[in-house]
Design a protein. Structure first.
Length: 86
């Protein structure tokens, strides 16, 4: 089982990132499943699509298998950023 955690990062005055993170209740370790980018003006039609994708990814593969697991949420986000060169 996993606990879902959202972590937000402001990039600048027009851009934000929402990290879709999980904490394993069994191991206590953290993983990042995905990162959603938002830009002003918001495309409101895109938000439900991102939510659907989040659920589909979780069902398809456990998040710790998809992106690894880390002792802290900061380490998980840094590894995700490194993997996708953000």
């Amino acid at each position: 089982m996993f606990t879902s955690i959202e972590v937000w990062k402001r990039v600048d005055e027009r851009t934000a990132i929402r990290y879709r993170c999980f904490r394993s209740t069994g191991t206590g370790k953290y993983s990042v499943q995905s990162a959603d980018f938002y830009h002003l003006p918001l495309d409101r039609a895109r938000i439900p699509t991102l939510d659907e994708q989040h659920i589909e990814l979780f069902i398809e593969q456990p998040p710790d298998e998809r992106s690894g697991s880390f002792d802290t949420i900061e380490e998980a986000i840094a590894a995700h950023d490194d993997e996708f060169a953000r």
